[in-house]
Design a protein around this ligand. Sequence first.
Ligand SMILES: Nc1ncnc2c1ncn2[C@@H]1O[C@H](COP(=O)(O)OP(=O)(O)OP(=O)(O)O)[C@@H](O)[C@H]1O
Length: 348
Amino acid sequence: MTDLQITGLTKVYGSGATVLDGLDLTVPAGALVAVLGPSGCGKTTLLRIIAGFLRADSGTVTIGDRTLSGPGTHLPPERRRIGIVPQEGALFPHLSVARNVAFGLTGLDRGTRRLRVEEMLELVGLAGYGDRMPHELSGGQQQRVALARALAPQPQLVLLDEPFNALDSSLRTGLRADVRAALQATGATAVLVTHDQQEALSTADLVAVVRNGTIAQCDTPHEVYRRPADPWVAAFVGDAVLVTGTVDKGTATTALGRVPLADPPGGVREGMVLLRPEQIQLTDTASAEARGMVTEVRYYGHDAMVTVALDEVDAPIDVRVPGPAPASPGERIGIRVTGVATLHPVPA
Ligand SMILES: Nc1ncnc2c1ncn2[C@@H]1O[C@H](COP(=O)(O)OP(=O)(O)OP(=O)(O)O)[C@@H](O)[C@H]1O
């Protein structure tokens, strides 16, 4: 098991656009990090530099004590010991599943190679599929073969480039869990690029949120969600409710009521108080901390999002309730806040 260290990575394309701007990222040995960011933020560029397909303008990429990219060093992709799972399988269509998986297994005798292929296919849940051709597999099975092919040469690092994109949502959930289990079983360090926050939160050990060519926050899924670095991260990784508040003794007083702060900063008297929609409860108007009118209800089956225009807050707020919403547009309603909030500076 080997850790991945990225330091000061910068990439400016010919057009003059700075896509990576001194990006730092550390992935501990054996961990799976999800690199999450909006379209065009540089995720693929980062992956291509790690893989060695693209040269950075400056910065270093090391795995363990091996420098892959750095001043005066650029190891070619085939010498990096990195396995890659591309967006859509990209299997060789004319080769059987077994020969696809065996593709990168050089320097092994035939018996050892066959055993490794069988072991990898079993690991990804496709034991017995070796003789099939890629076109005889479903999209999800093709991605499993692509993972088996990437893992077969026992790489130190595995890069997964939006590997579940082409699959429908019910298939994705099962495959994510299986990919995670297979990576854990081999102990490989892994980088998963995605723009899907659910995927990042549910699959990875660490979530690295990319913004403007740097990492805005890298933390466990729980910490990124519970203690986002700033309102932008909060709104990108989930839904956010922001209200101004004054602070006294670790508690913020807001138009939604008084809310304890997760990390009360010393000496700060006011700021933006950040809550999640599921921290807000709908109540009757008599026992509420704040009151307003329901303006919209969006139903999602397992929960619903209720938008409320509060009497004393300019912007409407979102409230997440389990199951069908207990109120309809046009109804007067009360709200109450539960849990703790994080505090952020008021934008200049
Ligand atoms: N070869 C290139 N030459 C010039 N600009 C490029 C090149 N490749 C990418 N870019 C630009 O760099 C920016 C980042 O691209 P990149 O593909 O790394 O983003 P991304 O985060 O992976 O996006 P997506 O989620 O849409 O795949 C984009 O604005 C893109 O247009």
